[in-house]
Each structure stands twice: as structure tokens, then as C-alpha cells.
Design a protein around this ligand. Structure first.
Ligand SMILES: [Cu+2]
Length: 180
């Protein structure tokens, strides 16, 4: 019994270590538009999944700045009581925890009139990978999937992957339960 649970602990630790190193991504806010006025940052974040361990980098002309603010100050574009203030043209934040963080430019009117506001929701590594919570990004792409089912396997082929993923998920859950 003791042996089994320490084995499970090792497996869990190994899994966690893999998770921590496998997928850290460095995002430049706004992509090639960088951090500037009149960029639609909701559009930029749409479809992206920010995972714990990823880095968010703001690159901007020195007349802008980056303020991390509360949800309320974000909604009001209020630069008056920031959580932190950054300037200089290149500011990076490591996304160290799940949750939503709010950033604005503190120069007058740049947030309110210039759309310089972005909110970033970070999820744990497992949530980003779990196939049971959300369909994969390409689930709605009609192209190759339609071709495959026409060619061969009677429409069942992709479906076998889902139970397999579910079993893997259960196995991980069982490991966690053993350790706890
Ligand atoms: Cu600005």
C-alpha cells in the first residue's frame, strides 16, 4: 500500500514537472501591432489560451506605459490606483497563477479612447489540455476531417480518441486520489 502510493506520488511529480516545462509560451501583447492605441485587444486574446507559466510581454513606444489594475479600474479605465506601473518600452509579466489580470495604458485617454486595455485569463496547465472540457480548436474545421471519413473508417475513427482521453483523465484522477 505504501509502496503503491509513493509510486503514484513519483508519477504525479513527474507529470507535473513535464507539464511545467513542456508548454511555456511567450506572448507579445497585440502580436505585430504591439501595445499601441486603436488595437482591438479583445480580438487579439480571442482563441488564445493562456496557461500558468506563460509570459506576457508588452512592447511599446516610450510614450506609453503599462499599468496592472483591478477589474474595477479596468472597467473604468482608471489609472489612479494601479497594482503596479511599468514603463520603458518592454515589460514582461509571468503568468504565475490562474485567474484574470487586467492591464491598461495610464496615459490620459489612451485606455478610454484609444482601446489600450487588455485582460488576460490564465488557466492551469491541465485545464488547457483536457479534451473533455472543450473541443479541440480544429473541431469545427470541415476540411481534412470530412475527407478522412469519406475515405475509410465508417465515421468512427475520431471517436475512439475521446474514450481514450477520458481513460487517461481518469487514470490521472486516480493517481491524484491515491496521493491525497
Ligand atoms: Cu498609451
Amino acid at each position: 500500500m505504501k509502496k503503491a502510493s509513493s509510486g503514484a506520488l513519483l508519477a504525479a511529480v513527474a507529470f507535473t514537472a513535464l507539464a511545467a516545462t513542456a508548454v511555456a509560451t511567450n506572448y507579445t501583447v497585440g502580436g505585430s501591432d504591439l501595445w499601441d492605441t486603436y488595437i482591438d485587444y479583445d480580438k487579439w486574446t480571442a482563441g488564445k489560451t493562456f496557461v500558468v507559466g506563460d509570459t506576457l510581454e508588452f512592447k511599446y513606444m516610450p510614450y506609453h506605459n503599462v499599468l496592472e489594475v483591478t477589474e474595477e479600474d479596468y472597467a473604468a479605465c482608471n489609472p489612479g490606483s494601479p497594482i503596479s506601473t511599468h514603463s520603458g518600452g518592454d515589460t514582461a509579466f509571468e503568468l504565475t497563477a490562474e485567474g484574470t489580470r487586467y492591464f491598461i495604458c495610464g496615459i490620459p485617454r489612451h485606455c478610454l479612447n484609444g482601446t489600450m486595455h487588455v485582460k488576460i485569463t490564465t488557466v492551469p496547465y491541465g485545464a488547457a489540455q483536457a479534451p473533455l472540457n472543450a473541443p479541440p480548436a480544429d473541431a469545427f474545421a470541415p476540411g481534412p476531417a470530412a475527407g478522412n471519413s469519406a475515405v475509410g473508417a465508417p465515421s468512427g475513427a475520431p471517436r475512439y480518441q475521446q474514450p481514450a482521453a477520458a481513460v487517461a483523465g481518469l487514470a490521472i484522477a486516480a493517481l491524484v486520489a491515491l496521493v491525497a
